[in-house]
Design a protein. Structure first.
Length: 804
């Protein structure tokens, strides 16, 4: 399991020959393609060397399959939305080896994978609400504590809590919204949608920043991955947040989505029989790996001694002073030929630094979400003499930075200068370019080593020490020399939100001048404490999410287990018979309850209800023979079961079994989708139970169980009703619902829910259409009707028994 498609493909090509020699087959799963490693496969595109295109199931059936966490997770969800066994792609989940395991199992564990479909809602309300937001006044920003602990009567219309990404209207804000929208009471049940739209619009304006959390490209709002800095086209936040951001940016609003299937990486990877992984930065998360995944962390010593010098942090009062100092450091090192890699935490900051360097005439490369196509090439050349590279977060992880430059990538550049495409150039031209590239990089390597190797500049501390270590880890690899330093300011998010006022007081006490930095162990310790607090905060969020998702996970396992059983062709006759036995007495209770005297039974109402649900009518004469409720129950059950036998005789056994499977799958999917929506609504409000001195998690478990039981009863009722009522026309088949019928489904990586609240991604899913039964109506002989043969007996006591 790797972090992106490029690494999955590259690693399969690197390791393929070894596995091939050992008699093992290798498959590769990509976002829109799949391959098998085949050294005999010839293609003019060298990037696809030895990768023969194949179907997705073939790639999964290989002994070893490379792919990304997203693709594996989405394939699992898609498999649990299929209608035919032969459409399934994944095998059983035996063993996962996760590359960059901290990135996938820790950083990305907070965001659920979601497959969603469009909900039928108008987009006009988003624009209407967005127009009033600029007229509202921001009251306060919570730095310490929570929204609930701040009085909602402060001046202004809304309060922002940056730590937990939440907003809350004040009393004045509620009044302002009611006035601007001409609404009498915002908290009236009829206005619940309006209130939800206001909350999301406030979050879009106050918490989600352009070129930090998202970019606007070609009239679309595209999310930026907070961990890699890469754009994620097609991915969408859910629960109306994405639409609120689209309204804010005045671009076309896409329809809101409803969740069809969802799972977190935590629960997906815990389903594997065995799980392992590797990374350069897992030691700080050892407790989390042990508690959540039951994995031990083993530290392996470095291949060669580490010679990188990690300089202490320097802190400035303002961001402007900090960036000026960063530019001066870059210019000084650039002047003596030392390569510099600068890490920023957002696109906005990387472009700001780029502008400052351009003003000073420093040539540099910018690597962020906007230019990820060139990512590997830019990172590979970051070690060349005098190179200056600005990278967003940990973009380029997985590509080695070689001092003096990477000859493989440089040779491609040389081919392009000659007008040749590196992917299709003749082998001789590629070899000649590689020789020339080595002639350039080898002497340059010695010069760069003499200047001190690659220097890392961090322009801000990340929330997690691990991410900082990853940035530092780009330098000083394999015993090479190198150095690193982080530049901070009191305006940085980490120090502003989590660092309290302690560092500010230290600087004020020391009387710092404009542009003068502070380097002190007290400050370094305060920063480390702030990072630990954030790491603990994020760990609690992940643990919290898992506790809530564990409830859903058990329900998901039951539903998906039943679906798989149906897909495998298991005979469902006994299940349907059990459901009939459960449902018939429930219908009976409504018209002839246990405490009701036989003379007061509503037999006409019962007969109508039986016809509506089971398509059966019991003649009045049959009721006259019944004197007890048990007798009535037996009569009703016999009538319903006999009607089901009639259905099977009408349709034939094979078609009846197919119809049972078809109806069960359709109803389970529909009810599961509605259940997920109910669970989303439950999560949103469950936190309020804490005010009533109740544990929200316990309440959530109890109510989620009740909702699941309700769903199970609805599934039974709907399946049985459909099976009794559907009439099949054999000569006019129509397409059975497959994933093709859901071409407007979207796959997305969710936003971290507050109490499992919002979850925020898009690719059409396709599968071949299949024929399925179509309904019609026709006359039929009831079991209690006179037999058509003219004997004068009831049908059930005459030809029905003979099977004619």
């Amino acid at each position: 399991v790797t972090v992106n498609d490029y690494l999955a493909k590259r690693d399969a090509q690197w390791m393929g020959p070894v596995y091939q020699a050992l008699g093992l087959s290798v498959g590769v799963i990509q976002h829109e393609a799949s391959f098998l490693y085949d050294p005999r496969f010839v293609t003019p595109d060298v990037r696809m060397t030895a990768l023969r295109p194949c179907s997705r199931p073939e790639a999964y059936r290989a002994d070893i399959t490379y792919g990304t966490n997203n693709e594996f997770g989405f394939d699992y969800l898609r498999d649990n939305m299929r209608f035919y066994r032969e459409e399934l792609v994944q095998r059983e989940l035996h063993y996962a080896i996760v590359d960059e395991v901290d990135s996938i199992l820790v950083d990305e564990a907070r965001t659920p994978l979601i497959i969603s479909g469009p909900a039928e809602e108008s987009t006009e309300l988003y624009y209407k609400i967005d127009r009033i937001i600029p007229k509202l006044k921001r009251a306060a920003t919570i730095v310490e504590g929570k929204l609930s602990e701040v009085e909602a009567t402060k001046e202004g219309d809304y309060i922002v809590d940056e730590k937990s990404k939440a907003v809350a209207l004040t009393e004045a804000g509620i009044a302002s919204c009611e006035r601007l929208l001409t609404v009498d009471n915002l908290y009236d049940p009829n206005n619940i949608d309006v209130l939800h739209h206001i909350q999301q619009a406030l979050r879009a304006h106050a918490l989600y920043k352009r070129d930090v959390d998202y970019v606007v490209k070609d009239g679309q709002v595209i999310i930026v991955d907070e961990f890699t800095g890469r754009m994620m086209p097609g991915r969408r936040w859910s629960d109306g947040l994405h639409q609120a951001v689209e309204a804010k940016e005045a671009v076309r609003i896409e329809r809101e989505n409803q969740t069809l299937a969802t799972i977190t990486f935590q629960n997906y990877f815990r389903m594997y029989d065995k799980l392992a992984g590797m990374t350069g930065t897992a030691e700080t998360e050892a407790e989390e790996f042990a508690k959540i995944y039951k994995l031990d962390v083993v530290v392996i010593p470095t291949n060669r001694p580490l010679t990188r010098v990690n300089n202490p942090d320097v802190v400035y009062k303002t961001e402007r002073e900090k960036f000026n100092a960063v530019v001066e450091d870059i210019i000084e090192r650039h002047g003596r030929g030392q390569p510099v890699l600068v890490g920023t935490i957002s696109i906005e900051k990387s472009e700001r630094l780029s502008t400052l360097l351009k003003k000073r005439g420093v040539r540099h490369e910018v690597l962020n979400a906007k230019y990820h196509e060139r990512e590997a090439e830019i990172v590979a050349q970051a070690g060349r003499q005098s190179a200056v590279t600005i990278a967003t977060n940990m973009a380029g992880r997985g590509t080695d930075i070689l001092l003096g430059g990477n000859p493989d990538f440089l040779s491609k550049e040389l081919l392009r200068k000659k007008g040749l495409d590196p992917a299709t150039a003749p082998a001789e031209a590629r070899q000649a370019a590689l020789v020339e590239a080595r002639r350039i990089t080898e002497p340059e390597h010695e010069k760069v080593v003499a200047t001190g190797g690659l220097h890392i500049v961090g322009t801000e501390r990340h929330e997690s020490r691990r991410i900082d270590n990853q940035l530092r880890g780009r330098s000083g690899r394999q015993g090479d020399p190198g150095s690193s330093r982080f530049y901070l300011s009191l305006e940085d998010d980490l120090l502003r939100i989590f660092g309290s006022q302690r560092i500010q007081r230290i600087m004020d006490r020391l009387g710092m001048e404009e542009g003068e930095p502070i380097e002190h162990k007290l400050v370094t310790r305060a920063i480390a404490t702030a990072q630990k607090r954030v790491e603990n905060h994020n760990f609690e969020i992940r643990k919290h999410l898992l506790e809530y998702d564990d409830v859903m996970n058990k329900q998901r396992e039951i539903v998906y287990g039943m679906r798989r059983q149906i897909l495998d062709g298991a005979n469902q006759t006994d299940t349907i018979a059990e459901w009939i036995e459960d449902l018939a007495p429930v219908t009976l209770d409504s018209f002839a309850g246990p405490a009701v005297h036989p003379e007061e039974w509503d037999l006409a109402g019962l007969n109508e209800a039986l016809f509506q649900q089971f398509d059966v009518r019991i003649p009045a004469s049959a009721y006259q023979e019944v004197t007890s409720r048990d007798g009535l129950n037996e009569l009703v059950l016999d009538a319903v079961k006999s009607r089901y036998v009639d259905r099977e005789r009408e349709l034939g056994e094979e078609l009846m079994r197919a119809l049972e499977r078809h109806e069960m799958l359709i109803v389970i999917d529909t009810q599961w989708k509605d259940h997920l929506l109910s669970i989303d609504h439950l999560k949103e409000g469950i936190g309020l139970r804490g005010y009533g001195q109740r544990d929200p998690l316990t309440e959530y478990k109890k109510e989620a169980f009740d909702l699941f039981q309700d769903m199970a009863e609805r599934v039974k009722a709907a399946v049985v009703e459909r099976l009794f009522k559907v009439q099949v026309v054999r000569e006019a088949p129509m397409a059975m619902p497959t994933l093709t019928a859901r071409a407007d489904t979207q796959e997305s990586r969710g936003e971290m829910p507050s109490v499992g609240g919002e979850a925020p991604r898009a690719a059409p899913l396709a599968a071949p259409p299949r024929p399925a039964p179509r309904t019609a109506t026709g006359d039929k002989v009831g079991r209690n009707d006179p037999c058509p043969c003219g004997s004068g007996k009831k049908y059930k006591k005459c030809c029905y028994l003979k099977g004619t």
